[in-house]
Design a protein around this ligand. Structure first.
Ligand SMILES: Cc1cc2nc3c(=O)[nH]c(=O)nc-3n(C[C@H](O)[C@H](O)[C@H](O)COP(=O)(O)OP(=O)(O)OC[C@H]3O[C@@H](n4cnc5c(N)ncnc54)[C@H](O)[C@@H]3O)c2cc1C
Length: 416
């Protein structure tokens, strides 16, 4: 069923009796060409591109809970491609280009809103670092624009420019950055994959792998064993747990990250703004709530909820750049489990076990990567070769010493 304005009009005339569920709830088949573990954004996008681009449709996506119950439905919805390193920037710019055509591509309103992202800087050395990043972005074909203090005073007059500790001296804009309605991304990919024959099986937890003589031949699940020629793990914050079932230990730790929403306010924030001297990022949702977040909680956890000290820390960050946030009432907060890699960059790779593939290590930033991650993972699964924009996301990069340490913060997951 194709969605369109005409369809809404005709359904209204027919009492809305023609709408069908956006995806089926099939029983698992005994075997598939590809099994994807995890119906988050990345798993569903992988299934979608496998079917749409590579014509591989005998695919199952196995989800232990309900579709979208993980980080895809918990993030602060920010998209951007303002990276510096050659291993990262082409990949995130590829993702940005996929975002730009996504709604037409999968025929679903994901509310892609390129309302801009602004990284504030507070000192001359920080400005120089941002200029360097902006130049790297421009060389990679992305957009970048440096704004001085006078321009920001005109565009965002409510910022605290004269804060004694963190005076705002300017910022780096990426005007094509912005926000996307996170769960609509999961729904759109699910609908598009299902329409092409992919089985999305919810309430089906993977509990083990069928591995014989170094070859993965399928998975054990709470709904019985299922065979497959290729098994692709895509479980984000559960990566360590799931890959341990295959005997693998990953350079990834799981940490909680919280997000917060205030009561609805009149439109005040035109785009996304981030603090340069601490960890705080904020945007305003179309309903009016200020949506913001900051650092991870700083201890390992698989619980999808956080603790109070980080609430205080994040709100302090907000108060440092826009004190008016102190007047808004906080309505909701929640947590998600982050797959923090040791250099802050992800993995999309084969494992040493034939037929077993791994996608994870997305840290704070996997939502914006969803389209490119799905496309690149599908490319790897279908062709056996990494996608040209994802050649560096290898599992052996720590053994080789080729880390992709975007922020120079080393092995400190709490600093990424
Ligand atoms: C509070 C918060 C704010 C964030 N903000 C941003 C942001 O603004 N921008 C950005 O780019 N990124 C952001 N992120 C990060 C981003 O959300 C994640 O990196 C990304 O969603 C992870 O990929 P995913 O969508 O596939 O993960 P998930 O949605 O977590 O998908 C993984 C799925 O695997 C399932 N699973 C786990 N174990 C099993 C098993 N054994 N069997 C079957 N299924 C299993 C889980 O139930 C889950 O549904 C944020 C994250 C959080 C928590």
């Amino acid at each position: 069923m194709r969605y369109s304005a005409f369809r809404i009009f005709t359904e209204a005339l027919r009492g809305n009796r023609g709408w069908r569920p956006a995806w089926r709830s099939p029983e698992p088949k005994p075997d598939y060409d590809v099994i994807i573990i995890g119906a988050g954004g990345h798993g569903l996008a992988t299934a979608y591109y496998l079917a749409r681009v590579f014509g591989i449709t005998n695919v199952a996506v196995l989800e232990k809970g309900w579709l979208g119950s993980g980080n895809i439905g918990r993030n602060t919805t920010i998209i951007r491609s303002n990276y510096m390193l050659p291993g990262n920037e082409p990949f995130y710019e590829f993702s940005m280009k996929l975002w730009e055509g996504l709604e037409q591509d999968f025929n679903f309103n994901a509310m892609v809103s390129q309302r801009s992202i602004l990284n504030l800087f507070h000192s001359d050395p920080q400005r120089d670092a941002f200029v360097r990043r902006a130049n790297a972005m421009l060389l990679a074909g992305a957009d970048a624009e440096l704004a001085d203090e006078a321009q920001l005073r005109r565009e965002l007059p409510f910022l605290d420019f004269d804060n004694a500790r963190f005076p705002i001296r300017g910022g780096l804009f990426q005007r094509r950055g912005g926000t996307v309605r996170h769960d609509a991304v999961a729904w759109g990919y699910a609908r598009g994959a299902d329409a092409r024959g992919v089985d999305i099986i919810q309430n089906c937890e993977v509990t083990g792998f069928q591995i014989k003589n170094g070859v993965c031949k399928g998975v054990e699940t709470t709904r019985g064993p299922i065979r497959a020629r290729k098994v692709a793990s895509c479980v984000a914050g559960s990566s360590g747990r799931v890959m341990a079932l295959a005997g693998m230990r990953l350079p990834i730790e799981s940490h909680v990250l919280q997000a917060f929403v205030t009561e609805g306010l009149k439109p005040v924030l035109p785009g996304v703004v981030t603090f340069g001297m601490g960890h705080f990022y904020v945007s305003q949702s179309d309903k009016g709530g200020l949506v913001f977040g900051g650092d991870i909680d700083g201890y390992n956890s698989y619980a999808q909820r956080g603790n109070l000290p980080v609430v205080e820390d994040v709100c302090e960050g907000g108060m440092a750049i826009m004190p008016m946030i102190g007047r808004a009432r906080l309505l909701r907060s929640w947590g998600g489990v982050m797959d923090m890699s040791m250099d802050g960059s992800p993995f999309i790779d084969k494992t040493d076990i034939d037929g077993l593939y791994f996608n994870g290590g997305w840290c704070y930033g996997g939502f914006k990567a969803t389209p490119a991650s799905g496309y690149a993972y599908a490319h790897l699964l279908a062709t056996g070769a990494p996608h040209p924009t994802a050649t560096e996301f290898r599992l052996d990069r720590f053994a080789r010493g080729h880390m992709i340490d975007e922020k120079g913060q080393g092995a400190q997951p709490n600093l990424h």
